[in-house]
Design a protein around this ligand. Structure first.
Ligand SMILES: [Mg+2]
Length: 187
């Protein structure tokens, strides 16, 4: 029997990347996406902002204390939802079996289709190229025999990563990872 081959694709700093793409003045700068309400918190921050320790869930005051030059952008959900629907069509080029897990993450079962494109890593490379070409943003891709490990390896490979884990590598991968790091388990 074929071993399953699952791709987890996760956009890097999704909302912030989309904003940086659509406004050149934001590129290369510390950017935080916030809500429109008065007591809003940061929903996503660019990798430039992460260097200052700015985290998701911080208030704008906390972020400004860490990074006085940070630029705040009110998030535009329609833009992100639109991008997400285009991404779904990209994934469907490679397999009909696509699960949109969240606005910026999806699982694609390429068990029966990857051979049409080469190896699983080739499919990963093609998807990364498509995303970059269409939206100018980076994503990270983890490939594994199941969704749990695909998600884990994608989290470990961020940003702009691409990594495949085969069944025989799983024990080695897991031996140094605390259980709390595992997706769906937590502390
Ligand atoms: Mg993401």
């Amino acid at each position: 029997m074929h071993q399953r081959v699952i791709i987890c694709v996760d956009m890097d700093a999704y909302f912030a990347s989309v904003e940086q793409k659509s406004n050149p003045k934001l590129r290369g700068k510390p950017v935080a996406v916030i809500g429109s309400g008065k007591r809003t918190v940061i929903t996503t921050r660019s990798y430039e902002a992460r260097k200052y320790g700015v985290k998701t869930g911080m208030t704008i005051y906390e972020a400004m204390r860490l990074c006085p030059d940070i630029i705040f952008v009110v998030g535009n959900n329609e833009k992100y939802t639109y991008t997400c629907s285009v991404l779904e069509n990209v994934y469907k080029k490679y397999s009909p079996d696509v699960e949109i897990y969240s606005i910026d993450e999806a699982f694609i079962d390429i068990t029966k289709t990857y051979h049409l494109f080469g190896t699983p890593l080739d499919v990963g490379r093609l998807i990364k190229n498509d995303v970059k070409k269409l939206f100018g943003i980076n994503c990270t891709i983890g490939i594994a025999p199941n969704t749990l490990i695909a998600k884990l390896i994608s989290d470990l490979s961020k940003p702009d990563g691409l990594r495949e884990i085969k069944t025989e590598d799983i024990p080695n991968l897991l031996k140094d990872i605390p259980v709390s790091e595992l997706w769906g388990i937590g502390n």
